[in-house]
Design a protein. Sequence first.
Length: 478
Amino acid sequence: MSRWQRLGLPRSKKNSVVSFDASPDLVTSSAAKTAIVPPTVSPAQLEVRCCTGPLDDLLPTGALGLLIAFSQRIGFFDLLDQHFHPSLQSVDDSPLQKLQTLICSLAVGCDWIQDIHHKLRPYPLAAQWLGMQHFPDPSSIHRFWHALDSPQRRQLEWISEQLLQRFGLCRQSERVDLDLDSTGWMVYGRQFDGSRKGYFPRQRGRRGYRLSIASTRHSAGSEILSVCFDPANIPAHGRFWDCLYQAAEVLGSWDRLGLILADAACGSGPDVQEWIELGPSFMVQGISDKTANRFAGRVDPAQGEPVDLFTRVCELGLQRIPKCQHPVRVVLVELMTQHRDRFSYSHLYTDLSPQQADAEAVFHRYHQRQSREAWIKSAKYGLSIKHLRTRRYDSIDNFLQVAAITFNLLAWFRHYLLAQVDLQDLGLCELTHKLMDIPAQCSFQDNQLELKFPTGHPLTLALSQLSPSAIPVISCKT
């Protein structure tokens, strides 16, 4: 018995076509589903034939059309065109077009450069809006990206700063709160340029890099102000001050810095002394558990105030800490462990007065950073930057700077456009892996581009409510 007979699939005359028997027994999963076979066709025998076509009006990443129109409307690519000048000579596509292709690939969730073959290149419609006949070949993108060096890194850094000063959400606030954080980036193998052994939780001896980020804390959405990329043997706090000064430069003045939150890597005595002497308001976790246990030994257990069932906080006031010349306010945090007969202690340093924030408010405000750490994780997976695209150090540094620019572009897209239809709460992964994956049918009518989204998708009803005035040459329908 042949495999076709065992599977119950009758073989047609042509070897390239397999006939599927659409009998009622095969299509009985749900009565609510629409029949694939029209009523006029007999279901006794149905042949499925495959062929190719131009599909000029199809865009599988329909929301990418909205993002491109939004970018062109605000002049997002103008600065890139004027100030990004790589040394590599290009014949078919300009450096701007290759940079636009990489930004689009990050926005639609491409894990690798080769995914451009599957998500962007077969559908030339989006490329035509950017002035290209089709998106460049992934191999040319890889050669272009591998050739970028430190001068292009400085150009991208300056472009990011200018974009933030023109379109940034941080312009809406007189004082801007900042989060300073770093994350490890493990790599596999020794061929990654500049990778070193460093600290990775539960991964002793692994090689990789360290990424330090200064981002805004804003109700309308976060923005990345500065990015520092280093080998993993650089201490976690080694580039925090560079990130802080660069963020202040982007904001235009040191006086615009609001409350600065940092993790325990910046919680040593010398760091706290520098925090106090610099002057901005800060909130940071102490680095030493021994110091926290020493504070706990001085406190009466009844002195703590319960925050929830497992956590209590205690106001210790101004305290002297090792290797710091100035007293600093300390809030002790007591956490019940899994055994319930032991307590785990940590402590927070801040220069806020008790009138500005009591001990419980300090605890809650600082532990909002847990969402910040989840935000960094979502940025890794939402923009698919966990895959570094290249093994050359300067190229990775440039790639991460472009990823930060793309992250800010999506934040502005969400705030200025999607907020009009109550989609401002979409997370980064939802933007790149759900909204961007909605297909659209495109057509031109009266000098307008019309995007038709599928009716049954839960997000397309909101997209259909975008008015033509939101983006002058675009209207959206389901």
